[in-house]
Design a protein around this ligand. Structure first.
Ligand SMILES: *Cc1c(COP(=O)(O)O)cnc(C)c1O
Length: 356
């Protein structure tokens, strides 16, 4: 059988969850499990994250999947609902919404009594300069005052555009968040993703929203998961399905982009972009064999890649790690001009999935 396998390490996921608890001991943890738990498979991940105070997802379908799996924790829809007909379902299923524009407020107010009776909080999104979603200052202050007067319990919510970097917008976003928080006191508050959890303990407030750190990838370009004391959760492996001896001047793969300069042993490995492995590597890229980094050569095909195994002791069936503990997904991402988040989320359905 073709081997292209995604291993999900539940113990690593639990370890990373405990890291969030250590870093933010006084905040409730909203584990972000959107996009099928960042591609890790929501079912397995929920079991490992069962101590979460709440879960965060991007849409009602994702929230209902969590309910179908039997989890009763609060769920926050981080973009709120997308149409009026979702409101009765949200209320019946105990799902909390963000509001980020007037129409969502109108839908909410039309179901005010049922929403409040269910004990659901409403998350009000501040647009403090990222300019994706939310109400700006000062409008948001009026929105929150109105909601509080109507009897809603509000959470002031905000997302950083540059939590992973030193950027002047960070100070503006923090200042606006604190301004609104003070103007609307007392109010629950939440503004920390993984990077912000590490960088700004003073901003943890009531709810932190870790995503990428739970999965053992780094939110920072300049710090890897080992320095952050996180454990990679996903390992992607395949195996050697052919070994070829080639001579100087011979070429490998589509486009014949690689030309041998010496006698080489190359291995063909059972992984490709049809599995979700990225094709576009722009810097030298590597796989790990028995923990040792081994260079990729030529183009990534739909079902195969080629690697240089000259001098290594390998055979047909030898396991190759595309990413995991020895070759970090963030390193593969850098070689491909992207971020670990994308690679994890975009795995295809073809690799076999196993929980370890
Ligand atoms: C995805 C998301 C997070 C988690 O971000 P990470 O960088 O993965 O920790 C937090 N908050 C919101 C609103 C999000 O959309």
């Amino acid at each position: 059988m073709r081997q292209a396998t995604i291993y999900i390490d539940s113990a690593a996921l639990q370890y990373n969850f405990q890291r969030v608890k250590q870093l933010a001991p006084n905040a409730k943890i909203v584990s972000m499990v959107k996009a099928n738990a960042y591609g890790h498979g929501v079912k397995d991940c929920l079991a490992a994250l069962a101590d979460s105070d709440a879960f965060g997802v991007a849409c009602l379908q994702e929230a209902l999947e969590i309910r179908d799996l039997g989890y009763q924790q609060p769920i926050t829809l981080i973009e709120g609902i997308f149409s009026a007909d979702e409101m009765p379902i949200v209320i019946a299923q105990n799902i909390e919404c963000i509001v980020h524009h007037q129409q969502q407020l109108d839908w909410l107010l039309a179901h005010k009594d049922a929403y409040i009776t269910q004990g659901l909080k409403i998350w009000v999104k501040l647009n403090s300069g990222m300019n994706r979603l939310g109400f700006k200052v000062p409008e948001i202050i009026d929105v929150i005052h109105t909601l509080k007067a109507e009897g809603f319990t509000c959470v002031l919510a905000m997302h950083f555009a540059n939590a992973d970097a030193d950027h002047p917008l960070n100070e503006q976003q923090k200042a606006q968040f604190l301004q609104v928080k003070n103007a609307c006191a007392p109010i629950l508050a939440s503004c920390c993703n993984s990077a912000a959890i590490y960088k700004w303990p003073e901003l943890h407030f009531d709810f932190v929203r870790p995503g990428i750190m739970l999965y053992g990838a780094s939110p920072f370009a300049d710090q890897n998961v080992h320095t952050l004391d996180l454990k990679p959760v996903m390992t992607l492996t395949a195996e050697i399905i052919a070994l070829n001896q080639i001579q100087p001047g011979e070429q490998v793969g589509y486009g014949s982009t690689f030309t041998a300069e010496r006698d080489m042993t190359i291995a063909i490995v059972s992984i490709g972009y049809g599995d979700g492995y990225p094709r576009a590597y722009v810097q030298p890229n590597f796989v790990a064999i028995q923990g040792q980094l081994t260079p990729m050569i030529g183009r990534v095909s739909m079902d195969m890649i080629a690697i240089d195994v000259t001098g290594l002791t390998v055979k047909l069936g030898t396991t190759v790690e595309l990413w995991g503990k020895n070759r970090l997904v963030d390193e593969v991402a850098t070689a491909n001009g992207t971020i670990g988040y994308e690679l994890l989320c975009r795995m295809s359905a073809r690799p076999v999935r196993k929980q370890i």
